[in-house]
Write a protein that binds this ligand. Structure first.
Ligand code: PLP
Length: 394
């Protein structure tokens, strides 16, 4: 039986998977079981920032496997301390909780914001403001934060007290604020929802509203953080700090790890027994976290992301002028979306056939999340193949 069919028989059908079985990765290329090569322009949904088989990363993990894999969170380990310090430094916040995924990061941030509210009011009746078209994960808490009814419908009753505002519409946020509002959660750059970027005045406005009303500003940088947009956290481009930031995806570059990180004010609300995770931030994943920060710094990767993304966006903008079907481009750094006047899925499928992997966002956006280590040649290869496909649509 072919591998794809074996997979179809063995797995729950939670995903619509492509009829391609990936076997090996090297640099920015992936290879399937028929040895066909694919240019990786999605990084496993914004995870593999260094591409595949990046030696300094692999060496650090191998060393850690031989030293210590897991001890539980009853103990610190040297490597977990180093990882937490690196996260603190990068986020300019004060206290780290390591978990295993993005959903757990948003879930944990939600709990911490509610705990602060509970300590202040003595009541557990807080409300949260999230946004339409947002994405915060699939657990029953985080999926409620996710402003997409389609993901929620079948799974109720979900958590109560979540209301949805409109991105970049401060009035819609103000209208939802009341004395029970504990937190506002927002992605500075929405990923799944279609690469919608928060405007500067909107972000500044959210920070002000949160300060005025003692509300927790949670930024979900699970996808847009960790250097993907050209700064280590996207919020540095807005000149604000959140009260809590959520991280995952690129923080492990392939090992399952997430984190939520709080400032002093919210860090104080966390007490022993409030939250936990058996695996959360074990020595193995912390070796990855620590090494990811080291590599980004040592290799000056943020500068490279800024430069190569400029090249990429220039080429993408040419496509808007050249092809009617291409409406616009949205995004920051190496988190880009090409907005089509058409369903993006057939184009993504065509690209796969041509040996390029990208993903969609919303229904009409081709989303690109290439590894940080791409060069101009890779961009040219990508644009060449994309052009061939767009030409057919003319
Ligand atoms: C992917 C993502 C999540 C969920 O992360 P998982 O690791 O899949 O649970 C949460 N928020 C954002 C912004 C994401 O892109």
């Amino acid at each position: 039986m072919d591998s794809y069919l074996r997979g179809e028989k063995a797995f729950l059908k939670a995903y619509g998977r492509y009829d391609v079985v990936l076997e090996r990765g090297e640099g920015v290329y992936l290879y399937d079981t028929n040895k066909k090569q694919y240019l990786d322009f999605y990084s496993g949904i914004g995870v593999n920032s260094f591409g595949h088989g990046y030696k300094p990363y692999i060496n650090a993990l191998q060393k850690q496997i031989e030293t210590l894999m897991h001890v539980s969170n009853y103990f610190y380990t040297p490597v977990s301390i180093e990882a937490a310090e690196a996260v603190k430094k990068a986020t300019q916040l004060d206290g780290v909780f390591f978990c295993n995924s993005g959903a757990e990061a948003t879930e944990g941030a939600l709990k911490l914001a509610r705990k602060y509210y509970y300590m202040k009011h003595g009541k557990a009746n807080s409300e949260i403001i999230s946004f339409h078209h947002s994405f915060h994960g699939r657990s029953t808490g985080s999926v409620k934060l996710t402003g997409n009814p389609h993901y929620q419908e079948a799974f109720g009753p979900l958590i109560k007290g979540v209301h949805y505002a409109t991105l970049n519409d401060l009035k819609s946020v103000e209208a939802l604020i009341n004395e029970r509002t504990a937190a506002i959660i927002v992605e500075p750059l929405q990923g799944e929802g279609g690469l919608n970027l928060c405007h500067q005045d909107f972000m500044t406005g959210l920070r002000q509203l949160c300060d005025e009303h003692d509300i927790c500003l949670i930024l979900d940088e699970v996808q847009c953080g960790m250097g993907r947009t050209g700064t280590i956290m996207t919020y540095f481009q807005y000149n604000i700090l959140p009260d809590i930031v959520c991280l995952a995806k690129g923080i492990g570059c392939g090992v399952p790890v997430g984190a939520f990180v709080a400032n002093e004010k919210y860090a104080k609300a966390m007490e022993p027994g409030d939250h936990g995770s058996t695996y959360g931030g074990n020595p193995f994943v912390c070796a990855a976290v620590k090494t990811v920060f080291e590599i980004i710094e040592r290799e000056d990767m943020l500068k490279h992301v800024q430069e190569i993304s400029k090249y990429l966006t220039e080429k993408l903008d040419e496509l808007i002028r050249e092809f009617d079907i291409v409406e616009s481009r949205r995004g920051l750094g190496l988190m880009q979306g090409l907005v089509l006047k058409d369903d993006a899925r057939p184009y993504v499928k065509e690209l796969l056939t041509e040996g390029v992997i990208v993903v969609t966002a919303g229904t009409n956006v081709i989303r690109m999340l290439p590894p940080f280590v791409i060069t101009e040649e890779h961009v040219d290869e990508f644009i060449g193949k994309l052009k061939n496909i767009l030409k057919k649509s003319k």
